[in-house]
Design a protein around this ligand. Structure first.
Ligand SMILES: NC(=O)c1ccc[n+]([C@@H]2O[C@H](COP(=O)([O-])OP(=O)(O)OC[C@H]3O[C@@H](n4cnc5c(N)ncnc54)[C@H](O)[C@@H]3O)[C@@H](O)[C@H]2O)c1
Ligand SMILES: O=P(O)(O)OC[C@@H](O)[C@@H](O)[C@H](O)[C@H](O)CO
Length: 450
């Protein structure tokens, strides 16, 4: 393999997750001489970390820590796989010129759940288009006009069918901007939009001063892009590009598959579902990080009830689900990771709608009654949003603050379904929280059914 460093990957997003996951994968691949390229990062929105990253030569430290097979594993890498960071709002021509470099072969993105959206106000002449798919279409069109090959596009956003949804948005821009059938054909024949599922708890820049100082002492200087994460990782990718991207050969837990769906459902329902159903109540109860929840007997019992008595039975109780559930309990107990409840609590209404509510409704269908712990977590969500720590859109927060349980649960913009049948149970739990407090309420919920 040539020692020349080619620019091979264009990465939309410079956030903690991509730096703690995808960039680490490519860094390791290159270390093993299985990949001879660098990554160029594109900042997808106007404000971001590109300037800071560039100021430190696009290098940063990543600390991975956890327990594997009963052993403590700690890994520190000084990641230097990024060769440039481009802010298309400041240098659109440089951004567009990426399309002309034939060595680029891979596009990766993680633009959060809000990123893969079509915006009809975008124009081809915008410098740049506002949305991420708009920017991507501008780049792909430029590449097509230069008669070059297409890309393997790996979407990491935590939405259903991320790759297909991104392709649909590009299709809409082809219509809106009249880019023609030849380009459409090139898009579908030369490019592969892969849906993927990512899994790694990335806790980012340390929030506690003690933790920060400890890590800074290890590296001996201040790194504003310092990143922390667990050791565990899984990347399930639709397609098979192992020949070009030999992640499995490099020892990564990567699964090339025809269908990401079942893996995603398991991960979102169990891991993200457990996070979202536990953090708001645990925060009201006075805890700060995930590990404390596992160490607290009451909250530990609550999480177990959510995962093993409500979520996994709804999924069908397969051995794989049970194994994953047990692994999640271990991952949450990771003694090295400080995962802030408030960071998980961000935008909880939309997370609850996608990660928890489907289990509540399917449980009722399957077993005839609503799951006690998950329904209780909906009462906790409402109580939390009525307090002063909620972090969500102004519209959502004020609606919950100003309305009663009945109106909140009848709001179809939040829940996308008729969940009015849940009103009496959630009302009962909400009243219990108000009258008995969080501790006794958790005791009641955890004790029920034993
Ligand atoms: N942190 C984790 O443990 C973890 C694990 C798996 C998946 N994820 C997912 O990754 C996403 C990013 O997490 P993070 O920790 O890197 O957050 P972050 O805040 O560090 O980074 C967010 C990134 O998204 C971009 N972005 C934000 N809003 C956007 C928009 N409207 N359009 C385009 N781009 C936008 C930002 O520019 C930035 O690059 C989250 O949505 C999360 O669901 C996170
Ligand atoms: O990243 P969010 O805010 O969408 O969700 C919070 C956590 O549930 C999430 O980050 C998990 O830690 C992650 O999805 C694990 O792979």
């Amino acid at each position: 393999m040539s020692s020349e460093n080619l620019k091979r990957v264009i990465q939309f997003g410079e956030g903690n997750f991509l730096r703690g996951f995808v960039d680490y994968f490519f860094f390791k691949l290159k270390e093993q001489n299985l990949f001879n390229g660098d990554i160029v990062v594109v900042q997808p929105i106007e404000k971001g970390m590109c300037k800071v990253l560039k100021e430190q030569d696009c290098k940063y430290n990543l600390f991975l820590r956890g327990i594997e097979n009963g052993e403590i594993v700690e890994e520190h890498s000084n990641i230097d796989i990024i060769s440039d960071c481009i802010n298309p709002y400041e240098d659109f021509e440089k951004y567009l010129s990426l399309a002309k470099d034939e060595n680029f072969r891979v596009i990766v993105s993680n633009t959060t759940e809000s990123g893969i959206k079509f915006d009809e106000k975008d124009a081809l002449e915008d410098k740049p288009a506002r949305s991420f798919p708009g920017k991507l279409t501008q780049l792909l069109y430029e590449r097509f006009k230069n008669n070059l090959g297409g890309f393997i596009i790996l979407s990491c956003e935590l939405i259903d069918n991320n790759g297909k949804e991104l392709e649909k948005c590009v299709e809409k821009y082809i219509e809106l901007w009249n880019l023609g059938d030849k380009f459409r054909k090139w898009i579908h024949e030369e490019n592969k939009f892969c849906s993927t599922l990512v899994d790694r708890i990335v806790t980012g820049y340390p929030q506690s001063e003690i933790e920060l100082k400890k890590l800074e002492n290890k590296i001996g200087y201040k790194d504003l892009c310092l990143d922390t994460a667990e050791i565990f990782h899984q990347w399930v990718i639709e397609g098979d590009f192992e020949d070009e991207l030999p992640f499995v050969k490099a020892g990564f837990n990567v699964i090339w598959t025809d269908d990401v769906g079942p893996y995603k459902k398991r991960k979102v329902r169990i891991l993200n579902g457990a996070h979202t159903s536990m953090v708001l109540g645990a925060r009201l109860y006075g805890l700060t990080i995930v590990r404390e929840c596992l160490e607290d007997e009451l909250i530990n019992g609550f999480i177990k009830k959510c995962i093993f008595e409500e979520i996994i039975p709804t999924l069908g109780n397969s051995n794989e689900d049970i194994k994953f559930g047990k692994a999640v309990m271990e991952r949450f107990s990771n003694p090295f990771i400080e995962h802030q409840l408030l960071s998980i609590a961000l935008n909880s209404v939309s997370k609850f709608d996608v990660r928890v509510l489907p289990t509540i409704l399917e449980f009722k269908e399957k077993f005839g009654n609503y799951p006690e712990a998950l329904s209780f977590s909906l009462a906790c969500l409402i109580k939390f949003y009525k307090g002063d720590e909620a972090n969500d859109s102004e519209e959502i927060i004020s609606f919950i603050r100003e309305n009663n349980i009945e109106s909140i649960l009848s709001n179809r913009d939040f829940w996308h379904d008729d969940i009015s049948d849940l009103i009496p149970l959630v009302q009962k739990h909400y009243t219990m929280i108000e009258e008995e407090g969080m501790g006794d309420s958790f005791k009641y919920i955890v004790g029920k059914g034993q």
